[in-house]
Every structure is written in structure tokens, then in C-alpha cells.
Design a binder for this molecule. Structure first.
Ligand code: GDP
Ligand code: MG
Length: 643
């Protein structure tokens, strides 16, 4: 059997809900009210009634969809713990207590989420039971004001009480609705797990947890823990509290790592397949300084960078300016005091070393650069290209955004503002290099999109074969309905056509199968199938009904029914009419005889046909009609001629 599946779809259905907001505003109580889980796990947290570190819970939405929940601490002293959790959040619950309104850490968390480009969220007004309507309205106005210019500017606002339960069902329903809008993470490419917790489980050894940022991690995968480059292997995996064989991007996972000691791994490390990420002592970054940054940022300032779950000290080298004023933006190089790993495009937050105020943040341009000279035009120009991409990278990316819809050069021109002639000039080389695939005329598709869609189709098909080994193939319509909504019928036909051409799948009589698939029966099913076939063939043109054969051979009800359906599906048993079933061999014999007869004679009547094959009228009439439908014969008056 080819590898089964899920792992072949392109985007993940999993996502992370995270809390944010001022200390004591009811984040932990809200998660308890929503999920029933207690996220304050440390004894100190329970004694002090305050979250110190990240807390985790599983959340089953009313629709049945699962989300991982990260509950962050709100006290400013534990902001670094909040930062370790914030990077993985897809949908944030900004918690604001109705009685207190916007407070310092409300603003600080909001700023951080904004820098990290968190895209979606809900403002949850907790403790609604403590205030009256009028107060509630005034607080909501204040909050709208504070949210201006942030990603939550138009976010829904839901008053709740975690004590009385008021508003909780409404919030759940809203989250369910929003879940479908969360941008999905890609499953293509290597997996990456920024580690946020490390502990030992007796009898298992070291376990690390985190939010899987990309790809699919599987039990048995080789692992490298960075930046230390420690080699290991995934001994077992858990997601949503259950043992799993593989976990997808966007899910919370616990990974049991073989052969590693607790002391060798810590929060901030990254687990990934070996050889993908390179530890670095420097990073090239785009830095956007917040308006609210309390002072200008000077060259050589000592800073803290928060990247994934890591916090690393560094010196800031300003590459294109002498000083960065609040609200401005620049290209910078960080010289790190200890190594870390990053990927191009990763978002980060930067704070002053002391006092610990937030400077701003941005994205990683080069995750392992050489040392640069400052204020050097060549360096700055080069980083500019890396940041935005080279022209051919930009074109390839624009085509990729079209998904499975063939993209014309004009569309790329419109998207990139690049002259049509330049786009046209770049296409042949991109096709030659296999980055893009040329279709009719000038239309192109991104190779990755095509491959991913093909993999998705093959995955659905092998999943079907695994679940229905007795069946010869999957109906075309069912196959199409299993694939993502982005694959319209045009895209589907395109992919299927290519896979047929490559002889990887076979499409026959409205059914599709993997080229190498053959119906598989267990010995027991084979025995039943043989008995059913023998029953039909005992008197091939006067075959008994299914139920008669089953009872006579004393076959067990349910398995016999399944085998019978599979035999019909595979064409071994042919349904002639609503209640007449014959073995394929009988039908083939009938066809041969009729053809032979009609080679000698012009016509054949129903009575002649009945006598020739040795059947009764009950079978002869539907069988002749079946042969008409198969275009073996054609009805002319009361007789048949060769079609
Ligand atoms: N009356 C009332 N009290 C609440 C509500 N939510 C939380 N609290 C109380 O507020 C305090 C702080 O809650 P907690 O969830 O620990 O806040 P966190 O620091 O944001 O996680 C606790 O004493 C809770 O019982 C609510 O909706 N109504
Ligand atoms: Mg808390």
C-alpha cells in the first residue's frame, strides 16, 4: 500500500488560540470557562492565584473542530514568558476586564501581537457581571479608541462573565465561525518546533512541547535540536492529549526525544529534521521602531531579541542610518551573544536590554549573514533585494498565489507592477528550471501548487484504498469532494489528467484508482467472494438472488453484504436490472454468443435469444435490454440487430 495520506494535503486544519491582556483580568478563568481546563499548573501559580508561565489546554469547538490553547501570563515581570507563547498564536483572545478597562499590559500585549503580525482576534470583556450596562458601553468606547490602528481595530467585542457563564456560549459560537477564517499553515517543507517546555516523564525520558510551525512531524523522524545540534529521534508524539503517529503544523505537540537528557534542552531551542537550520551568531533584520518606543535607538545598543520561544541578548548594528527614531524603520544586523536559529521571514520582537522596554520588531531578512560594513551602499542594496525578493522570485511567488488557477502574465503584471515585457521575459527560464509549469498559451502554474494538489489527490485515493481494500476504485465525484475547496473542477481535471499521463492513476468507468492498486480480500472475504461467485455461476443465466446464495452457503450477513457490494463495484457481479444480477462471465458469454449469432443472421428475437443462452423470460428481457444499453445490440421493432 502506498503511504497513506493526511500528510499529503497542503494546508493544516489545526490552529492555536491564545490569550493576551493585563494581569488579573480573567484570562485563566476564561479558558477554564471555555474548555474546563486549568492552565495554572505550577504550585506557585495556584498559591498566588496568578499565571507565571505559559499554560496549555485543548479546546473542542461546538463544531467538533479542535484548537490548541495557550494561556499567557499578564504580569509585566513575566512578559518574556508571554513572548515565548505569542509567536504561535493564530487567533487571540484579548482579555479586558470590564471593571478596569485598558491597562498597561493590555497595550503592551497588543503592541507585541501587532509586531508579530497576529492577524485575527476577539476582544473579550470579562467580569461583565461586575458592571452595569452604562459602564459597559463606556468601556467599550475606550477600548475601540485604544485598538485604533491595530489588527484588532474592527475585531468583535464580546462581554462575558466566567463566573456566571454569561456570554460564554456566544463566544464559543463566534470562535467556531472565526476558526474557518484562520489562514491555514503550510504542510509543505520541513517541520519546525520552537520548544517552549521541557520535562521528563518517568519511563520515557525527555519530552519537549511546542507549537508546530510548519510541516508534519512523524514518529521515527530523525531530529536535530538547535542551536546545540544534538541528534535525536522522535520516539513518540502526542497532540491534543492523545498519542499520534504524526502531527501537523498549527497543532500543539509533545515530543518524546530519544537519548536526550533534560539538562541538554531548554526553552528557546528548536527541534527540526537534521541539516535544515543553521545556528547563527548574527541576523539581518528589518526593524520597525514603535511610535511608543521611549527613546531613539542608537548604534551598538544592547538589546534582547525574542524569536520563536527564544530570548537572546545582542548588540544592534544600524546598517543604513546613525539613529532610529521612534516610528521609523531601518535595516539592522544583530550580533548575538549566544547562537540561535531562524528562518527568513520569521517575525521577532526587540526590547532594550535595560530597562526592558519594547523597541519594536519586524522580520528576518537573512537568518545567517556574514558581518556587514555599516552605511555601505552595496550591502544596503543587497539586503533590499533579499527582503523583497529577486524579480524571478517575485514572479514565481505571484504565480503561486494563484493556486491552481492558471495565471496569465497580465495578472502578474497587475499584482507586481512589473512591466509585462519583463514578466514575459522571465517566464521561459522559470519554466525551464521547473519552478513554473507552462500550460496552454502563456498561462502558467506554480510547480509546488501542482505537486501539492497532486499529492492531495493521491493521498485521498490511497486513504480510500486503505479503507476500502476490496474496492477497485473511488468514484470520481467522491474523490473530488474529498479535496480542498480550492480545487475546482477545472483544476481537478488538470491534475487528474497529468497523473493519468504519468501512469500514476487510472481512471476508468467513472472510477479512479492508484495505478498499482488491486482489490484485496482477506482470506475470509475471499472465501465469501468465492462462494458468492460459485452460487452465481452454478446456473449462470438463471442465477439465484443474492439472499438465496447467501443463505444456501450459510454466509454471515454483514461481511457477505460488504463483499457482494465490492464485487458489484469491481464489475465481477453485473447488475442487469433492479433485481437481476449475473456473473461477469455469464454476461461475457451472452455477448459472444449474440455477436456470433448476428454474424450469421440479421436479427435475433427475444425468444431466440432465450433459447440460445438457455435462460428464462425473466432473465432474457432485462439481459437484452442491458446489451442494448451496452451498445452490443440495437432494438429494431421486436427484434435486435448488431449495434
Ligand atoms: N466576577 C468575576 N470575576 C472574575 C471573572 N473572571 C475572572 N475573575 C476573577 O478575577 C481574578 C483573576 O482571574 P484570572 O483568570 O486568574 O486572571 P488572569 O491573570 O488574567 O489569568 C480571579 O480571582 C477570578 O476569579 C468574571 O468574569 N467575573
Ligand atoms: Mg492567568
Amino acid at each position: 500500500m502506498p503511504p497513506v495520506t493526511k500528510e499529503l494535503t497542503t494546508t493544516s486544519q489545526h490552529f492555536i488560540i491564545g490569550t493576551a491582556g493585563h494581569v488579573d483580568h480573567g484570562k485563566t478563568a476564561l479558558i477554564r470557562a471555555l474548555t474546563g481546563a486549568e492552565t495554572d499548573r505550577l504550585r506557585e501559580e495556584q498559591e498566588r492565584g496568578m499565571s507565571i508561565d505559559l499554560g496549555f489546554a485543548d479546546f473542542t469547538l461546538p463544531s467538533g473542530r479542535h484548537a490548541g490553547v495557550i494561556d499567557v501570563p499578564g504580569h509585566e515581570r513575566f512578559l518574556k514568558n508571554m513572548l515565548a507563547g505569542a509567536g504561535g498564536i493564530d487567533l487571540v483572545l484579548l482579555v479586558i476586564a470590564a471593571d478596569e478597562g485598558v491597562m498597561p499590559q493590555t497595550r503592551e500585549h497588543l503592541e507585541i501581537l501587532n509586531i508579530l503580525q497576529t492577524r485575527r482576534g476577539v476582544v473579550v470583556l470579562t467580569k461583565a457581571d461586575l458592571v452595569d450596562e452604562e459602564w459597559l458601553e463606556l468601556v467599550q468606547e475606550d477600548i475601540r479608541e485604544a485598538l485604533k490602528g491595530t489588527f484588532l481595530a474592527r475585531a468583535p467585542m464580546v462581554p462575558v462573565s466566567s463566573i456566571t457563564g454569561q456570554g460564554i456560549p456566544e463566544l464559543k459560537a463566534l470562535l467556531d465561525q472565526m476558526a474557518s477564517e484562520v489562514p491555514t499553515r503550510t504542510l509543505i517543507g520541513p517541520w519546525r518546533l520552537p520548544i517552549d517546555r521541557v520535562f521528563t516523564v518517568r519511563g520515557f525520558g525527555t519530552v519537549v512541547t511546542g507549537t508546530l510551525l510548519s510541516g508534519i512531524a512523524r514518529v521515527g523522524d530523525r531530529v536535530e535540536v538547535l542551536p546545540g545540534k544534538l541528534e535525536s529521534r522522535i520516539r513518540s508524539l502526542q497532540s491534543h492529549g492523545q498519542g499520534v503517529e504524526f502531527a501537523e503544523a498549527g497543532s500543539r505537540v509533545a515530543m518524546n526525544l530519544a537519548g536526550l537528557e533534560l539538562e541538554e534542552v531548554s526553552r528557546g531551542d528548536v527541534a527540526a529534521p537534521p541539516g535544515i537550520y543553521v545556528p547563527t551568531q548574527a541576523l539581518d533584520l528589518r526593524l520597525d521602531v514603535l511610535e511608543s518606543c521611549p527613546r531613539p535607538v542608537k548604534h551598538r545598543t544592547r538589546v534582547r531579541i525574542y524569536l520563536g520561544t527564544a530570548e537572546v541578548l545582542a548588540r544592534l548594528v544600524l546598517l543604513d542610518t546613525e539613529v532610529l527614531e521612534p516610528g521609523s524603520s531601518g535595516l539592522v544586523q544583530l550580533r548575538l551573544e549566544s547562537p540561535t536559529v531562524a528562518a527568513k521571514g520569521d517575525r521577532y520582537v526587540l526590547r532594550f536590554y535595560s530597562p526592558m522596554e519594547t523597541i519594536g520588531g519586524g522580520s528576518v531578512i537573512d537568518p545567517s549573514p556574514v558581518r556587514h560594513k555599516r552605511l555601505d551602499e552595496a550591502v544596503i542594496a543587497n539586503l533590499g533585494v533579499k527582503e523583497k525578493g529577486t524579480p524571478d522570485e517575485l514572479v514565481a511567488e505571484a504565480v503561486g498565489r494563484g493556486g491552481l488557477t492558471p495565471v496569465q502574465p497580465q495578472t502578474v503584471t497587475m499584482q507586481l507592477g512589473m512591466p509585462l515585457e519583463e514578466v514575459r521575459a522571465l517566464l521561459p527560464e522559470l519554466i525551464e528550471r521547473g519552478v513554473l509549469v507552462g500550460l496552454d498559451g502563456e498561462a502558467v502554474l506554480h510547480r509546488h501548487r501542482l505537486d501539492a494538489a497532486a499529492n492531495q489527490l493521491l493521498g485521498a485515493l490511497s486513504e480510500y484504498h486503505a479503507a476500502q481494500p476490496m474496492r477497485s476504485g473511488m468514484s470520481r465525484e467522491e474523490l473530488r469532494s474529498r479535496l480542498s475547496r480550492q480545487m475546482d473542477s477545472k483544476g481537478f481535471n488538470l491534475i487528474l489528467g497529468r497523473l493519468e499521463m504519468e501512469a500514476r492513476v487510472v481512471s476508468e468507468g467513472g472510477r479512479v484508482r492508484m495505478a498499482e492498486h488491486e482489490p484485496q480480500f482477506t482470506p475470509e472475504q475471499r472465501r465469501i467472494a468465492d462462494a458468492l461467485e460459485a452460487g452465481l455461476l452454478a446456473d449462470p443465466f438463471n442465477a439465484p438472488f443474492y439472499e438465496e446464495i447467501r443463505a444456501a452457503a450459510n454466509l454471515p450477513q454483514k461481511p457477505a453484504g460488504e463483499v457482494w457490494d465490492a464485487l458489484i463495484d469491481n464489475g465481477v457481479v453485473v447488475r442487469i436490472s433492479a433485481d437481476v444480477f449475473l456473473h461477469r462471465k455469464a454476461v461475457e458469454t451472452a455477448v459472444e454468443r449474440v455477436r456470433a449469432y448476428l454474424a450469421e443472421n440479421k436479427q435475433i428475437t427475444a425468444a431466440q435469444f432465450r433459447d440460445m443462452v438457455g435462460t428464462s423470460r425473466k432473465y432474457a428481457v432485462p439481459l437484452m435490454e442491458y446489451l442494448d444499453a451496452m451498445r452490443v445490440t440495437r432494438r429494431v421493432g421486436d427484434a435486435r440487430e448488431l449495434f
